[in-house]
Structures are given as structure tokens and as C-alpha cells.
Design a protein around this ligand. Structure first.
Ligand code: NI
Length: 171
């Protein structure tokens, strides 16, 4: 297993649309395992392959306190979503230390392939439902800050670019 590099907003690679996974093979299982390890290490609750510069439809999620309920969603598709919406404070490993409210369906049903390639359905509400929608957005090249006002987004962009610059090793 390996810790992968997480792209930071506004890296243009975050806006690439991910392609379907044609075969759930060892390469994809290794990717999912590395993504889980990377997510846990970064103390996140979800990570999309797009964020580690792999543009294929793979998402990992674990919203449990003890990091013992990992979900691997390959080729996820929403098959149902509630008419009711919720607004939760969201964050993203690609936009560190920024949190803001985004409207999401309160409940969703997602169909996906697991790590073993077998299709399954998952009904979710609460944080898990929000997380599924957030990660599926990543696969479409969408980062949560794009739901915010242009002014807020510009501020975040400036902040992230400065942060990245400040972190550059000095010579
Ligand atoms: Ni994110």
C-alpha cells in the first residue's frame, strides 16, 4: 500500500471527468486500497480517484469514527434521491481547512461495484449520503467550492494558491 499525492484546488486536473472502470482487476483493487490508506492518513471521510490524479470512476468512503466501515464504490450511479434536501458543512481533502454549506439530497440510493467487482446497492442518509454526492461530483470534475458564490470561490482560490506557494521548499 502507498500514500498517494492529493491534488489541491485549483489544480485543473481536478476538473477532468473520470472514465468508467472496465474491469475490476488487481490494479483497481490496489488503487482502492491506496486511496483508503491515503484518506485515513489525511483524516478524511471520502476520497475520489480524481483527487489522486487517476481519472477513473472509483470512490472510497468511511464515515465511521473507528475507521472500520470502508466503502469502495466503483462505477457508482445514483438510482434514487430524496426530494428533500439538507445542508451540511462540507470539507474536502483537495481544499484543506475550508468548510462551507452545500445543498444535497438528504437520502440517496447508489448502485456500484465493490472491491470484488460485484454490484451492490447502498441506501444512505446523513453524512454518508452527503459524502456519496460529494465524491460522485469529483468524478464529474466538480469540487464542492463550485457551489459557492464566485466571490467566495475566488477567495478560496487565492488562499489555496498562497498556501501551496508557502509550502514550497525554499532554496
Ligand atoms: Ni472532496
Amino acid at each position: 500500500m502507498a500514500i498517494l499525492n492529493i491534488l489541491r484546488y485549483p489544480d485543473p486536473r481536478l476538473h477532468r471527468v473520470a472514465k468508467p472502470v472496465l474491469l475490476v482487476d488487481q490494479r483497481i483493487r490496489d488503487l482502492a486500497d491506496d486511496m483508503l490508506e491515503t484518506m485515513y492518513e489525511a483524516e478524511g471521510v471520502g476520497l475520489a480517484a480524481s483527487q489522486v490524479d487517476v481519472h477513473e470512476r472509483v470512490v472510497v468512503i468511511d464515515t465511521s469514527d473507528d475507521h472500520d466501515q470502508p466503502y469502495v464504490l466503483i462505477n457508482p450511479e445514483l438510482i434514487a434521491s430524496s426530494a428533500e434536501f439538507t445542508e451540511a458543512e462540507e470539507g474536502c481533502l483537495s481544499v484543506p481547512q475550508i468548510y462551507d454549506k452545500v445543498p444535497r439530497h438528504s437520502r440517496v440510493t447508489v448502485r456500484a461495484q465493490g472491491r470484488d467487482g460485484v454490484w451492490f446497492e447502498l441506501e444512505a442518509d446523513g453524512l454518508l449520503a452527503v459524502c456519496i454526492q460529494h465524491e460522485m461530483d469529483h468524478l464529474m470534475g466538480k469540487v464542492f467550492v463550485e457551489y459557492l458564490s464566485p466571490l467566495k470561490r475566488e477567495r478560496i482560490k487565492t488562499k489555496m494558491l498562497k498556501k501551496t506557494r508557502d509550502e514550497q521548499p525554499r532554496r
